[in-house]
Design a protein around this ligand. Structure first.
Ligand code: HEC
Length: 119
């Protein structure tokens, strides 16, 4: 029994040393800007708009988060409501709120470049 405890103690000690070593030698730097290809330009065509609408209100479920919480049932019923945001997710300690992604340049994402949008 004593030998078993010694072996377990050595293994736990080695794991602690390994965890300490990894934590002390691990360097994370989040200061680097995410690269955005500002030269990217996507042509707006009626086909692309229709495909985006189909995806956003259909299989991609964008609308299920980017409408107000009380409007989700209306989206389910097939209404194409403006994607003005509002759905909230409480993930302590954070509160995430789905933002307005309408094409409005001030309140939505209308002023995002194609490169930023696809990043
Ligand atoms: C599960 C819920 C959910 C779904 C589904 C969802 N989103 Fe979001 N979206 C969010 C949340 C929450 C944020 C805000 C994240 C943050 O604050 O970091 C966000 C952020 C965004 C942003 C950034 C807006 C800004 O102002 O920078 C865009 C663009 C976006 N979503 C587009 C989409 C598209 C397009 C789809 C469908 C393909 C989609 N989202 C589906 C929850 C969702």
């Amino acid at each position: 029994m004593k030998t078993l405890l010694k072996i377990v103690g050595v293994i736990v000690g080695l794991i602690l040393i390994l965890v300490l070593y990894v934590n002390l030698s691990y360097q994370v730097d989040f200061t680097e800007e995410y690269p955005v290809d500002e030269s990217l330009s996507v042509e707006i065509t009626p086909e692309r708009i229709a495909q985006g609408k189909y995806l956003a209100y259909g299989p991609a479920h964008c609308a299920h988060c980017h409408v107000k919480m009380e409007d989700v049932a209306r989206v389910d019923a097939g209404e194409n409501l403006p994607l003005q945001g509002g759905m909230e997710f409480t993930l302590p300690p954070a509160l995430l709120r789905a933002p307005n992604i309408t094409p409005d340049a001030e309140t939505g994402i209308g002023d995002l470049s194609d490169g930023s949008f696809t990043e």
